[in-house]
Ligand binder design. Structure first.
Ligand SMILES: [Zn+2]
Length: 337
């Protein structure tokens, strides 16, 4: 089922999102009927699946949280959650797993958000808009998470899926059990705010010292092969996460097989007409001195070679304070293992 890329925001896309949502909800309802000791918080769309832990109570820490559709138009998390939930009908790992559907209203509308970008609403003190309130609800339930795995999709084409993690040792312990070794890993600095536009779920996790990983799976839409790949990685992780002990040493052999990048340059948007040259994809190599952005009708060149990260066009360009980031290879000894 490959989506027609021209049809991203058409009613058929909306229909697909709503069909997947219905299937997702009905599997949770089935599981709840079969296992009434599970927890479902309808207001926050949080379902906690409990393995063989008979003594689990509502406020106990949850071993693994899978969050998806924090951006409503990034619906690949639904078929992935459905696969995980279907699999749980057959298997019973001794774990507690939370499935958190980030922004249901935005999924229904097939939009990134309803009032304001949910992933820029965390760690706020005032909560007026719907997404600000939702961020607060999500914070309240995620405080007792042991690990959070957050699925996203990009707004423009991606040459390859990629992971985002903060440069903190407990995140590398987590990464060590994520068996998708050839996927590029973008490491961002500890202590640096991810976006000037507001705080993301990752900032919240970081503040609570919760291991956190973001998978940017693909451009928005459904790509079955990538969903399979993500599912296998989660499966492997869940089987092996039981061995994940705090203070566990990261195997350097495992980590050395991976490719790490760091953010090198962020091009801030300096005025409303400041824009990128057209057609840049995520993870595309931008050579030094090649055309990158247009400021006051003047084409500006890249000052370093690097891979493109989050190029912003159209509405994204309009609403963001930045245009693009460039990432460059990160030396292995810069990792906080
Ligand atoms: Zn997203």
């Amino acid at each position: 089922m490959i989506m027609n890329k021209k049809n991203h925001f058409t009613p058929s896309n909306r229909e697909l999102a709503n069909n997947l949502l219905q299937k997702h909800d009905s599997i949770i309802q089935d599981l709840l009927k079969a296992m009434p000791n599970h927890f479902y918080n309808e207001a926050v769309d949080s379902y906690i699946w409990i393995g063989n832990k008979n003594s689990f109570s509502k406020n106990d820490p949850v071993d693994f949280t899978f969050s998806y559709c924090i951006h409503g138009s990034e619906i690949a998390g639904l078929p992935l959650a459905i696969r995980c939930l279907e699999n749980l009908k057959k298997n019973t790992p001794s774990l507690s797993l939370r499935f958190l559907l980030g922004n249901r209203n935005a999924v229904i509308e097939n939009k990134r958000f309803i009032e304001v970008d949910l992933n820029r609403c965390f760690l706020k003190t005032a909560h007026h808009l719907s997404e600000e309130k939702r961020a607060q609800d999500i914070e309240n339930i995620l405080t007792n998470s042991k690990i959070i795995f957050d699925l996203h999709q990009t707004t423009t084409k991606s040459i390859s899926p990629f992971l985002l993690i903060k440069n903190i040792s407990y995140n590398f312990q987590y990464l060590n059990h994520f068996k998708w070794t050839e996927i590029p890993v973008i490491v961002y600095k500890d202590g640096v705010k991810f976006s000037q536009d507001g705080d993301s779920l990752s900032s919240f996790a970081h503040e609570k010292r919760i291991p956190f990983m973001t998978l940017e799976l693909s451009e928005q839409g459904i790509q079955d092969d990538l969903i399979d790949r993500a599912f296998e990685s989660i499966e492997f992780f869940l089987k092996n996460a039981l061995n994940l002990k705090s203070g566990e040493k990261v195997s350097k052999e495992n980590i050395q097989n991976r490719i790490f990048y760091q953010e090198n340059i962020i091009i801030q948007k300096l005025n409303p007409t400041h824009q990128l040259v057209p057609g840049i994809s995520n993870m595309q190599l931008i050579e030094v001195n090649s055309p990158l952005h247009i400021l006051n009708n003047q084409t500006e060149l890249a000052t370093v070679s690097g891979l493109a990260l989050f190029p912003k066009y159209g509405k994204m360009q309009e609403h963001s304070s930045e245009l693009i980031r460039l990432v460059t290879p990160l030396n292995f000894n810069q990792l906080q293992l």
